[in-house]
Design a protein around this ligand. Structure first.
Ligand SMILES: Cc1ncc(COP(=O)(O)O)c(C=O)c1O
Length: 449
């Protein structure tokens, strides 16, 4: 097949066949018919992603390499952030971000076991998991209904002098939390802010007159590239910061805990591989194998990064589609809110969300049962989702801690968190949704309610 061809020509032939294959067998547009399954999220891609993937496979570098470098650079440029580290999932990104804050490099701002981190229970578990696994104490505050983010009026009550070291929160389903108030609170007490941006890539918030991307306003931001998310590479995530010291800790935590910053496959870039002295090691011990942290290996493969590079090119258009879809759903369902049956999602002041989903709360006092509505929608082919854990504290993973009442604190009664667990659900707004699908969902929701 490749006789008389150079390697470059052979590769071009393969990649051109891949593009044709993708165009022919993937993304076949089917006209939507009422009753067809409408998933809450889906990958949106074309042959560019597949060509990049195969290109990377043919290169067979496999671990992080040139596509990883390119992706980190492109995402940094998009977000306007100095340092980006690609990791293998959003959960790994949260783990890496949190563990970076436990680095001894941070002096008296290092999070130690027993220190407290303010967060919420209405969300995804792996925003909280690293806090618990390390032995720090999550302090749960309630959220508001409609925005589904932290109730900032409770932050001072949650604060413990000398113990609270950080706030770690997600922007719920793309809706930015009140960053101004949370940032002011963190600055006032000199504590860290980690923005779990896994569901909010592309969301913006205007702070001090400047419009910035969420994830870049706190000390560290995290992303997920799991398929339902704003963009995908199958599995994948990213950790970003503008702080060089935090970046050093993030890289070390991601890359086995090592002190050396040479990328995979490179040695001695600084020229001092064999002349330093670290810990109680002998002078000149190979710096490549010096460990300044108890780290992990959270790196992604270059094949994942290759897909991500193609996705990033399309990304701004994804965000626009998500906003349009949100708007159409909101307009179509406003009537139910005015009638007191349903509460619709709203951004806070200064926020410009890149919505992940459309989260609604049924008014059970008006006789609207979330479970009944969800059942009807699923029967009509509309895929629904809960707000992840609803109230994380009620889950089996919390059984032992709930029983012993140790290892976490709760501020107040988490009334709204429980209401979300009982009365809320969401549907998708992903860029591949058509106007017909959205109008069908609106009509089905109105009918179900
Ligand atoms: C807010 C939030 N954080 C973290 C994650 C974890 O991301 P991943 O599935 O890539 O581990 C998710 C997952 O969907 C999420 O919604």
């Amino acid at each position: 097949m490749f006789e008389q061809m150079t390697e470059k020509e052979a590769k071009e032939q393969i990649l051109s066949a891949v593009a044709e294959y993708c165009d022919r067998y993937h993304n076949i547009k089917k006209e939507f018919k009422p009753g067809d399954r409408i998933s809450y999220a889906s990958r949106v891609y074309d042959h560019e992603e597949m060509v990049n993937l195969v290109d990377s496979a043919l290169e067979f570098w496999l671990t992080s390499g040139r596509y990883t470098d390119e992706f980190e650079k492109l995402l940094g440029e998009y977000l306007g952030v100095k340092f980006v580290s690609l990791v293998n999932s959003g959960s790994s990104a949260n783990l890496c971000a949190f563990m970076a804050l436990t680095s001894p490099l941070l002096g008296d701002r290092q999070i130690k076991r027993g220190d407290e981190v303010i967060t919420v229970a209405a969300g995804f578990p792996t925003t909280v998991t690293p806090i618990i696994q390390y032995g720090a104490v999550p302090v749960f505050v309630d959220v508001t209904i409609g925005q589904y983010n932290v109730d900032v009026t409770l932050l001072e009550e949650a604060y413990s002098e000398g113990k609270t070291k950080a706030v770690m929160l997600a922007h719920t389903l793309g809706n930015p939390f009140d960053l101004k108030s949370v940032k002011e609170f963190c600055d006032k007490h000199n504590i860290w802010l980690v923005e779990d941006n896994c569901d909010a890539l592309g969301s913006q918030y205007t702070i001090d007159g400047v419009k910035k991307f969420t994830g870049t306003i706190g000390d560290i931001g995290t992303s997920s590239f799991y398929p339902p998310h704003h963009m995908t590479m199958g599995e994948g995530g990213a950790v970003y910061t503008n702080n060089p010291l935090l970046n050093k800790a993030i890289r070390s935590m991601r890359d086995w805990g090592r002190d050396c910053v040479c990328p995979s496959g490179k040695d001695n870039l600084c020229g001092h591989r064999f002349d330093g002295q670290f810990g109680e090691l002998p002078v000149g011990y190979d710096h490549k194998y010096v460990y300044s942290h108890f780290g992990y290996n959270l790196k992604a493969t270059d094949m994942q990064a290759a897909i991500g590079c193609a996705q990033l090119k399309k990304f701004p258009s994804f965000v626009e589609r998500r906003k349009e879809n949100y708007k159409r759903l909101f307009e179509g369902l406003k009537k139910l809110e005015n009638e007191g049956k349903l509460i619709l999602p709203r951004p806070c002041e200064n926020a410009d969300p890149s919505w992940f989903g459309f989260l609604m709360t049924c008014n059970s006092e008006a006789g609207v049962s979330r479970n009944e509505v969800v059942k009807k929608l699923e029967q009509a082919g509309i895929q629904t989702r809960m707000l992840f854990s609803g109230n994380l504290i009620k889950h089996p993973c919390f059984d032992q801690m709930r029983e012993s009442r140790e290892g976490y604190r709760v501020i107040g009664d988490l009334k709204n968190t429980d209401r979300i667990m009982n009365d809320s659900f969401w549907i998708g707004v992903y860029p591949g949704m058509t106007v017909e699908m959205i109008d069908y969902m609106i009509n089905q929701i109105i009918e179900a309610i």
